[in-house]
Design a protein around this ligand. Structure first.
Ligand code: KIV
Ligand code: ZN
Length: 532
């Protein structure tokens, strides 16, 4: 039977390595780089399978298709799209992903049985990842099978899948707690059966980086097909273990976006890819600038926010608060950044707090076109520190409000909301009408949107002119219940030749009205600016 799988790495993919001038890592890394490291490692993304097994995540078919497209654009080599046998919805999602004709290869998970493999084939997949547990613990308590039975089952499943001409990757589940001789026997047996790639899962995240290097080194002595590695983060070592596996010979790593996955999650794609590039000089096909946008999309669709202190994609990963750090970074980013945020498609931010200095305040206010003399800046710094000492955060909207107050701006509203209505319900396109007075001149307009907030903001943008755009919209529930108070912060930009930013914030019990109020505040501030 002919293998109908696509070649391992599509030639149209461009391998990405780091421009060494733009990463500021320790010089000692270079001293331990092994000459045997490969130029490239393949990225097998399991966000849509292991990631979807994260407690609390259930993606719709449309969400899965959207994420698969994003992962393909990001440059992952293989997308594990799901576990076909699990439900008819899962099969429909996988079929749709296959139909997208993505650049990435699409794979499905199957246990070592005919039913699971048929379910994968039935989805049109040409790449199957099949697995069976091999540790004594799993054999005794879960499978209640002997080693011989497990080996027989794996061989049978691989021969069956291969007889359909598909690419087959095989995993000994709980490999890192499996007896080494038996693990080697399994590798030999499945190779004999025609497997294309063997994955080594650290299913319960229990191995150390040094032990992983040892294990992969041992397995390399009997394994002729490429070795992959699949690490869980129970000890926070999933990425370190994946990097060690590559050092010892693994040529593919299983990862998930934002480190989603069972229990403590899997090796995070963003950390693994940057680690391979920065520490080992090993390339991947990942377009690193797409990492930030893809991470945000996955967080939005899974409903799993990225923790602020998460490496690379967390909100604080490139945020600087202390005066010393801000001063350093603004002079030379390498002082307090390992690489620039633009490399991974995110932005640097300067955060106001009790360690803030005048330099940070001046730079931050300049983003919003606010210019102050030294005395005024010192007044702002003083106020920020007092607020921070009393436990209050100072976000951009509050900072600009503070500065406006000190500058004596906004005595008269230049942009006033005169009328506002929104129509929404079932089987009706949300539509908003607004009437706004700008410098005494009344303007009215209406627009539709995907929801009432979107319609309202679209109507405001229409009335205010096309050079106004909404850069950021944040909604926080302050209290619980259907009558909860919410807080909306917005950042708007006006691009009349050069971008000018403004911020607004409002609190209320009606999300639509509160969104309108915060947007109006941002716009008014934009128009009240003395330097306009
Ligand atoms: O963690 C694991 O062992 C898995 C297998 C299905 C490879 O996810
Ligand atoms: Zn797993």
């Amino acid at each position: 039977m002919v293998d109908r799988g696509k070649p391992e790495q599509s030639s149209s993919r461009q391998s990405h390595t780091l421009d060494r001038k733009r990463v500021y890592t320790s010089q000692f890394n270079a001293r331990v780089i092994s000459p045997d490291l490969p130029e490239n490692v393949m990225i097998f993304d399991t966000t849509l399978r292991d990631g979807e097994q994260t407690p609390g995540i259930a993606l719709s078919i449309e969400d899965k298709v959207q994420i698969a497209n994003a992962l393909s654009d990001l440059g992952v080599d293989v997308i594990e799209a799901g576990f076909p046998t699990s439900s008819s919805g899962e099969r429909e999602a996988i079929r749709k992903i296959v139909d997208q004709g993505l650049q990435s290869r699409v794979c499905g998970l199957a246990r070592c049985n005919k039913k699971d493999i048929d379910a994968a084939l039935d989805c049109g997949l040409d790449y199957i990842h099949t697995f069976i547990a091999t540790s004594d613990c799993h054999l005794q308590y879960k499978l209640k099978m002997t080693r011989e039975e497990v080996r027989g089952r794996a061989v049978e499943a691989i021969e069956y899948a291969k007889s359909h001409g598909v690419t087959v990757e095989f995993s000994c589940e709980d490999a890192t707690r499996t007896d080494l001789d038996f693990l080697k026997e399994m590798h030999l047996a499945v190779q004999e059966a025609g497997v294309d790639k063997i994955n080594v899962p650290d299913t319960v995240g229990t191995i150390s980086p040094a032990a992983m290097e040892y294990l992969i080194g041992e397995l390399m002595t009997v394994t002729k097909v490429p070795i992959a590695v699949h690490c869980h983060d129970d000890f926070g070592l999933a990425v370190a273990n994946s990097l060690s596996a590559v050092r010892a010979g693994a040529r593919q790593v299983h990862v998930t976006m934002n480190g989603l996955g069972e229990r403590a999650g899997n090796a995070a794609l963003e950390e693994t890819v940057l680690g391979l590039m920065a520490f080992y000089n090993v390339g991947t096909n990942i377009e690193t600038r797409m990492i930030g946008p893809t991470s945000r999309l996955v967080a939005k669709l899974t409903g799993y926010p990225v923790p602020p202190i998460k490496a690379i994609v967390g909100n604080n990963a490139f945020a600087h608060e202390s005066g010393i750090h801000v001063h350093g970074v603004l002079g030379a980013p390498s002082t307090y950044e390992a690489f620039g945020p633009e490399l991974v498609g995110v932005q640097r931010s300067i955060v106001m707090g009790k360690h803030t200095g005048a330099h940070s305040v001046r730079t931050k206010l300049a983003e919003y076109g606010v210019d102050m003399d030294d005395g005024q800046i010192n007044l702002v710094v003083d106020r920020i520190k007092r607020l921070a000492d009393s436990g209050k955060e100072v976000d951009d909207a509050e900072l600009v409000a503070l500065a406006s107050h000190i500058l004596g701006e906004r005595e008269s509203e230049k942009v006033k909301l005169k009328e506002f209505a929104v129509f929404t319900g079932m089987n009706i396109t949300p539509t908003a009408v607004v009437s706004i007075e700008v410098n005494g001149e009344r303007k009215t307009g209406s627009a539709t949107g995907i929801g009432p907030v979107d319609a309202a903001i679209n109507a405001i943008k229409l009335v205010m002119g096309n050079d106004i755009s909404l850069v950021e919209y944040r909604l926080n529930a302050i209290t619980g219940g259907s009558d909860a108070l919410c807080e909306v912060s917005v950042r708007v930009a006006r691009n009349g030749g050069k971008t000018i930013m403004s911020v607004g914030k409002a609190i209320g019990s009606d999300i639509v009205q509160t969104s309108v109020d915060s947007t109006m505040e941002a716009l008014d501030r934009l128009y009240c600016r003395k330097k306009e």
